[in-house]
Ligand binder design. Structure first.
Ligand code: HGY
Ligand code: MN
Ligand code: MN
Length: 423
């Protein structure tokens, strides 16, 4: 069914409707996982799925899956699944995650409208708490879906605001009845904005994503002694604030020593009591390390651990560290990566292969089925920022390539491109 016609206006209107639930600085949106904003986005999606006549299921961690079987000759086969996430970071844009979910709906609507028949059903998913900003780890819903995190552990997770995942799921009414882990689809393909500068810089429209880099998130709690900023001699201080800043500076240094594609970020830093005339007695901070190379990522983690030990000794503070997330690099299914490239070419679109710097639900789905991703350019590479933007022409290109890739995979003979289908 290559060449189904998508309705870009409907895609953009749905993205706008989602963003309007909690608008930020013009284009952006805030729908932190399991907040009322997230509930509102979920309610919208359920309505859209119902209007499309999809079979809608919500599982025990709140993942929403809409299944279109009406066009399938063999409706009981494992579906080709697409989708992404509806939750955002607190300073989110309107495309991160939402594009993949809305595009999945659009592909199904376009296939249904064209009268297309597929061998397999098609499903679209919105996974819970992909961002991990409020509740770590990120990709929590898809990780539970593939059996990588026990449901009870996920439900007991406490967020940065002291809330508990299970309680919040109940509060917003999205702790569903469907069991987890969920059934493995035949294949999973996610459309997402690149969130980086490569495609735009090279003037390329479609990214055939080869995989996702490894992620290591740690929370450090530094305990010193709060004291008077004026009377306490420097040599007698146990300054948690200075220790935290020394670690932050050390992270930048270790990243340059490891080199290559290593990145390191101190995104959260909270001092207590956080007052102008008090030496900080406590500091809570996070360190996000990523690399496409697992050995290099481990080297970075080792250097961070050595840095923490050294600063604790020098500043005479205690430093407790806790892992918030740890995912190894993932490579996507070669057949799907090639299919994205050939589909783009078939539509006269430029494409290139690239690895993803950001984490995605596809990173988890790759554990249970052949998986791939399609990227479209981000203006100036900006994301996790209300200014996030993707040109309409690029949105259209991404949704059309997604439609063609899904159509091809939905025609697959059993057992499918790589691994077995449903579990
Ligand atoms: O952190 C990430 O890469 C993703 O946005 N959750
Ligand atoms: Mn995302
Ligand atoms: Mn994100």
């Amino acid at each position: 069914m290559a060449g189904v016609r998508i309705d870009l206006t409907r895609v953009e209107e749905r993205l706008a409707e989602l963003a309007a639930l909690h608008p930020l600085d013009g284009l952006g949106s805030c729908r932190l996982a399991l907040t009322d904003d997230d509930r509102a986005g979920r309610d919208l999606l359920i309505t859209w799925m119902g209007d499309l006549g999809l079979d809608v299921g919500i599982d025990a961690i709140g993942n929403i899956v809409g299944r279109w079987s009406a066009g399938a000759d063999e409706p009981d086969l494992p579906p080709v699944m697409t989708g992404s996430h509806l939750d955002t970071v607190a300073t989110g844009g309107r495309f991160d995650g939402a594009l993949g979910v809305v595009a999945g709906l659009e592909v199904i609507e376009a296939l249904a409208a064209s009268g297309a028949r597929t061998r397999r059903p098609v499903a679209v998913a919105a996974f819970t708490n992909e961002e991990g900003s409020r509740f770590a780890p990120d990709m929590m819903g898809s990780l539970v879906y593939v059996g990588g995190l026990a449901l009870e552990v996920a439900l007991d997770t406490v967020g940065i605001d002291g809330a508990r995942v299970g309680h919040e799921l109940d509060r917003i009414g999205y702790r569903g009845a469907r069991p987890v882990p969920g059934p493995a689809p035949h294949a999973f393909v996610e459309l997402h904005i690149e969130q980086g500068p490569v495609l735009e810089h090279e003037g390329v429209t479609i990214g055939a994503v080869t995989g996702v880099q490894g992620i290591s998130w740690q929370e450090l709690v530094v305990t010193g002694q709060s004291n008077h900023a004026g009377t306490t001699p420097m040599a007698l201080r146990r300054d948690a604030g200075h220790a935290a800043v020394a670690i932050a500076a050390g992270v930048r240094e270790l990243v340059s020593v490891v080199g290559g594609r290593q990145v390191g970020t101190v995104g959260r830093l909270h001092l207590e009591p956080n007052l102008v005339n008090v030496v900080a007695g406590r500091a809570t901070m996070t360190v996000d390390l990523r690399n496409i190379d697992e050995a290099a990522l481990r080297e970075a983690e080792k250097r961070l651990s050595e840095l923490v030990t050294e600063v604790a000794a020098t500043e005479r503070v205690e430093i407790a560290s806790r892992s918030l997330a740890r995912f190894e690099p993932v490579e996507f299914d070669e057949r799907i990566v090639s299919l994205v490239e050939s589909t783009a070419t078939g539509r006269g679109l430029t494409s290139r292969r690239l690895a993803s710097g950001a984490g995605h639900d596809a990173q988890m789905m790759a554990r249970v089925c052949p998986t791939g991703m399609i990227f479209v350019p981000s203006r100036q590479g900006i994301s996790h920022n209300p200014a996030e933007f993707t040109e309409p022409g690029h949105l259209r290109a991404g949704v059309e390539v997604l439609a063609d890739v899904i159509s091809t995979l939905a025609a697959d003979p059993d057992p499918g491109p790589g691994r077995a289908g449903a579990r």
